[in-house]
Each structure stands twice: as C-alpha cells, then as structure tokens.
Design a protein around this ligand. Structure first.
Ligand code: HAM
Length: 420
C-alpha cells in the first residue's frame, strides 16, 4: 500500500475536479436558500442511540454500516450515516419548533459515513446536500421539496434523471398492510436471512433484486390497496401539485427506501447513466421520527441529494459546467524590484475585489507565462527593470494577445475598469 493512499472507499477532491463539487453544492442549495430554508450545521458524530432509534434497528445502515466508537469517557458515538435524525435532534434541542413559525425549514451540506462495500458511486465517505421541513403536514410542502430538487438538477443541466414517487401509508394503514404482506411472504420459498427480514422489515423484501425472489412476489399484496382514505387523498394531492408544476414523475409502488422513518410520501431521484448505484437523491415524509427520538409530534418531510453521484451523473451525461476562471489577473515579475512592486499591485487588486495571482519563486518569463495561461486569467501584468525605470507595467490581454504599457500608478484602476 502506498503511504499516500486515502482509506478504502474514500477519495480526495482535488483541483480542478473539486470545483465541480463546489458548483454542485451551490446549485443544489441555491433553490433552497431562495425558498426560505435556513442553513444548519450539526456535528459529524452523534450518540449511537439517535441513529438506532431514528434510522431504525432493522436497517442495514444501523446494523451493518455505522462507524461506531467508544470515547475515552465511555460514550457510544457514531459517525453520522445520514442527516435527517441529526437535523431533527438539533432543531428540538434549539426549540426551533417552538418559535411559532412552522414549518422549520432547514438545509445542510456535509460529509456522511457508511461502512458499505465500495464500488463505483458507492463510497464510505460521501457528501450530501439536504433539506428538511419540520413540523407541518401539508402536501404543498412535499411538492415544494420535489419541485426544488428537480429545479436543482435542471439548473445543473442534468436531463436523464427520473423521479420515482410512492406513498408508504401512515401509522394507521401501514401496520395492516405489513401483516398482510408478512402472511404472504411466510409461504414463499426463501433463504434464512430473507425469512428473518420478513419478521423485522417485510417491505424491504419487495426491494430484493434477485430474479428468483422477484418471480415469487408477483401476487404480493400491494400497499396501494391498503392505503387509508386520508393517505390516498394526501398522495393524490402531492401528485396533482407536482404535475401542475410541470414536473414529470413515475409512480413506483415498489419504492421502499432503506431507512425506517418514512411515512406517506417517499421519492427517489435516479439517473440512468450510473449503473447499479443509480439513486442520485432520495427522501420523503417522516411524520413519526420526532416521537421515535423522544420529541413531540412533528410531521416533517425532506430529502438529501448525493453530491458525489450528481457529479458522476454530470460526467455520464457529458455535461460540462460553465465554471468561470477563478483568477482574473496574473502578475509576472522579472527581477527582485519587480517582485516587490507587482506584489503590491496584486494586493491592491485583491483588496478591490479583483481575483489576482502571482508568479512565485522568481521563475523565468516562459514558465511564468505558462502558469498565467493555466490560471485562466484574462489579463497578465508583466514588469521588468526597464519598465519600472519608466514607471510602467505591461498589461497583456490574454484573449486578444494585445499588450499595452500602463503607468504603474494606474494599473489597478485600469484593470478594474477593463474587468467591469
Ligand atoms: P439516502 O437515500 O440514504 O437518504 O441518501 C441520499 C443520497 O445520498 C442517495 O440517493 C445517494 O445519492 C447518496 N448516498 C447515500 N449513500 C451513499 C454512498 N455510500 N456513496 C455515495 N453516495 C451515497 C438519506 O440519507 C435521507 N436522510 C434523506 C432524507 C432527508 N429523507 C428525509 N430527509
């Protein structure tokens, strides 16, 4: 193993590709910030208990994939595998739900950790941007979130994604369905582990990818037939609202999701260019989560979009983001005196809000001009001894190649004018 290798299932973000990640985070969060969502940041780890109770003791995330640790003080902590439970915990701790302004709308961006088998698009450390709307049961809120995710993907130029939509029922109708499903599943020819799953989390069995299992599921009872009238009406309203917004979706009654807290609306965003790890985002309503973690009744809805997979989706579609060069002016000093003088000009430009960089290390003209080119700067400033003696610097327009001598004292102002 090379000493410089990042841990298995992880990778580093380095320039220039890292700029795409920043742009994706920005593009996903922009519609949220414009829609009344406030920024929240929570710790990278929480008490294990929060996820065990919140995400669910029967999920793979909790039983197999959590990075847990015991502190020197004896606390059981876990690196966060997802954001929803943490955000809700933080909102409850800060009493945001009592400020008389429901729903509490929050967005977040950060690193998450799951001990999964690494493969393309599936990592042990990954990044999400998420949104949670806490404390209100209103189909318009579910619709808002789905529409904002669609807007985010579209603003990035993604087109080959699909929205899968389902309703998982509520605490009235889901238990009835669950029992009917269990009765059906118990009669099938299934292996031991799947049999255990029937007892703990039967809906997950519907998600089984194996053909021999799927074949036996054709006549399984459908959740759709068990939804109570209130859930049915709620779901129809969500569907009508996103349809009215012109957002295309597919009904997917097999959509179950890998976290236990969901009720009613659930959805996933999938991209067809990604192979088996096709979910670029997912979410839904979680009306019971607050009570599961010891809080009051706070019906809520949210989603999280995977930044890593969104970048892979952009690459799969061949979308090049229009990322403007970060440097506008690049200074190339020739000699000691020019170094001091041009560094002064660069500092002045930066203070005026103009992005400027500098050829460090006293390199020759040729190498420095290469760096200037690579920086994407629109202008370079070059000065040698003779220029300084005349009180000028050479200002070169890197697009037209045109070069003009500008009085040193006016260089910053001239650049500010040209760069608008
Ligand atoms: P999730 O479906 O587990 O939901 O994750 C959301 C997204 O995070 C996935 O669609 C995927 O893009 C990305 N993701 C998950 N695991 C990995 C991984 N191992 N490697 C790379 N990307 C990954 C949640 O986390 C819920 N908290 C979403 C939510 C918010 N529901 C309600 N509010």
């Amino acid at each position: 193993m090379s000493t410089f290798q990042a841990p298995k299932g992880t990778y580093d973000l380095t320039p220039p590709r890292s700029a795409t990640f920043l742009a994706v985070r920005e593009a996903i969060s922009a519609p949220l910030r414009d829609s009344g969502y406030g920024y929240i940041e929570t710790p990278g780890f929480e008490n294990v208990e929060l996820f065990a109770r919140g995400v669910g003791e029967s999920t793979d995330i909790v039983t197999k994939e959590m990075y847990t640790l015991t502190t020197k003080g004896g606390s059981q902590l876990a690196l966060r595998p997802e954001g929803t439970a943490s955000v809700l915990r933080a909102a409850l701790e800060a009493n945001l739900h009592k400020a008389g302004n429901l729903p509490v709308k929050l967005w977040y961006s950060g690193s998450y950790y799951r001990y999964e088998r690494p493969q393309a698009g599936r990592y042990r450390h990954f990044s999400q941007v998420g949104a949670e709307a806490i404390g209100t049961e209103d189909p318009v809120l579910d619709a808002e979130l789905i529409i904002l995710a669609d807007q985010a993907y579209r603003s990035l130029g993604l087109r080959q994604f699909r929205i899968l939509l389902n309703s998982l029922g509520d605490k009235e109708c889901r238990p009835v369905y669950r029992e009917a499903l269990q009765t059906f599943l118990r009669d099938l020819d299934l292996d031991e582990e799947t049999r255990r799953r029937i007892e703990i989390n039967p809906l997950r069995v519907l998600d089984d990818k194996r053909a021999d299992v799927q074949k036996q599921l054709t006549d399984a009872p459908k959740l759709r037939d068990y939804l109570c009238d209130a859930c049915k009406a709620y779901h129809e309203e969500v569907r009508a609202l996103i349809t009215a917004a012109g957002v295309v979706f597919e009904d997917d009654e097999k959509l179950v999701r890998g976290l236990d807290y969901y009720t009613r609306t659930t959805f996933e965003f999938v991209h067809d260019g990604l192979g088996s790890q096709s979910a670029v985002g997912g979410g839904g309503r979680y009306d019971g989560l607050s009570e599961m973690i010891g809080g009051p009744e706070l019906p809520s809805v949210g989603w999280a979009l995977g930044v890593d997979r969104t970048v892979l989706a952009l690459e799969a579609e061949g979308v090049e983001l229009d990322l403007p060069a970060t440097t506008s002016v690049y200074a190339v000093p020739l000699g000691e005196e020019a170094r001091r003088v041009l560094f002064g000009v660069v500092t002045e430009l930066r203070r005026a809000g103009i992005a400027a960089d500098f050829a460090f290390g006293g390199r020759g003209l040729k190498g420095a001009m290469k760096s200037a080119n690579r920086s994407g700067a629109r202008y370079t400033l070059v000065a040698g001894e003779r220029d300084l003696a005349e009180g000028v610097v050479q200002l070169k327009d890197m697009e037209s190649g045109e070069q003009t001598a500008v009085p040193l004292t006016e260089a910053a102002a001239e650049l500010a004018k040209r760069l608008g």
